[in-house]
Design a protein around this ligand. Sequence first.
Ligand code: ME8
Length: 528
Amino acid sequence: MKKRFYITTPIYYPSAKLHIGHAYCTVMADVFARYKRNRGFECYFLTGDDEHGMKIEKNAKTQGKDPQQFVDEIAETFKDLWRRLNISNDDFIRTTQERHTKTVQQIFTKLMENDDIYLGKYKGWYCKECEAFWTDTQAGPDHICPDCHRPVEIAEEEAYFFKSSKYVDQLMKFFEDNPKFLLPESRKNEMINTFIKPGLEDLCVSRTSFSWGIPIRENPKHVIYVWLDALSNYISALGYLSDDDSLYKKYWEDPECEVIHILGADITRFHAIYWPEFLMSMGLRLPDREFVHGLLMMKDSKMSKSKGNVIDPIPLIDRYGADAVRYYLVRETNFGSDGSFSPEQFVERINADLANSFGNLLNRTMGMINKYFAGICPKYAGIKTDFDKDLEDLALSTISKYEDAEDDLRLTEGYVYVNELVNAANKYIDDTKPWELAKAGETDKLASVMSHLVNVLYISAHLYRPILTESIEKLFDQLNISEELRDYNKIYTFGVVGGQKLNDASPLFPRLNPEEEITYIKKSNGIE
Ligand code: ME8
């Protein structure tokens, strides 16, 4: 395993407010970063926004704003959302920052010096929405953008081209040698069959028809194509080609750092084909893994800012807290598959997993310790009932299954194992019947049951901690877990918690009233 990690999200367009789909991607990256940090690894986490391009210029104009003022305002709303969601990013890169624009200009020069960029004429189909050029075949007879399905327009202008075809063999070999580079596996086949096999055309990497972009130093009437600009954020943010490139050395150049990009299925082509090619041209290392997550839909159609059918995460966070929203996002949709958002699923998921299962286990356990042991948590004293060993074994095997899954970016799956452990602990209460042990005066067994429950709660809490950023601290406070035991690396020995006096408790995950809450979610998002 590598020593440290660098994880990124896409930099989102500040063309409008972010929706739950963007929150989804950022939360997943955050969960991974927190998981790694909990285990004691260094993990640098980058997000940001993608501020250039024709679409932004147009949107700013419509609102009578200067583009910089327009993006300044929206960038603040992005940062605010990430604060409210407890996103632990180390940096927020904006592509209009000088640290970025300077690096991108130097990258362009490098590609030119390598003879990988030449001046030509561009005529073809252009999708303004996706800032993407398409060939005749790709636009098809109806001249529709293959990504967003909107009409494309013919554009013709003098432009610079990147020799994409030159790197095809190297790229194919890289895919072959690095089977974990592009995940899930199906995405790789899609890239090869849809884009690489039919033949990659050279990529147009400059525009002259608008000015809201980074000028090419050697020919300033051109601005750099927004995707070359945007993709470079992953290294410009680390100080690549700047006076202080210490982060770049630590998190990109050093092979001991694992570089992971998280992105949505809509932008795979740019990350899996062009970004590796640009890096190859510059002679730089490629990311270790690109994980492509699925898109969240609303009533069978992709949620998107321009379609207006989006769920705003803010009213959800305001009412249910960041933890509930994060939990729903991580657990509801298997990471890597497409998913959907519905108010009904949201309420059901929170009630089932947090209120009824995890919350209930905590409340029952604390209630019984208060009742039978005057609030003093019994110490672990080995196996005493017929069910103790099974629960211990399950707790320890859950940790390893969870870690394997999380390391592998099967993030949702990791939490399914935690759910199973919590459910098993609830069942363990039904099996051991502590109230009967109490009645029969079987104090040893009763103490053992309480100790097992507290220790399973303790382990599950550590495993849930990357998602439940606020509640787990409160749970640790309620159980009066010492500072030392709040270190993840203490969970591998079963039975470390015991002997302490519990603190006062209030339910951490109140049950939601489905009817009321479904109405609230629908209303706050203008859904009928
Ligand atoms: O493409 N479900 O920005 P963008 C899940 N600036 N995730 C979704 C989603 C949905 N319905 N809609 C968007 C851009 N996303 C470029 C990126 S990176 C160098 C440049 C998420 O604002 C998903 O991660 O359109 C998707 O890839 C990303 O937002 C696109 O954000």
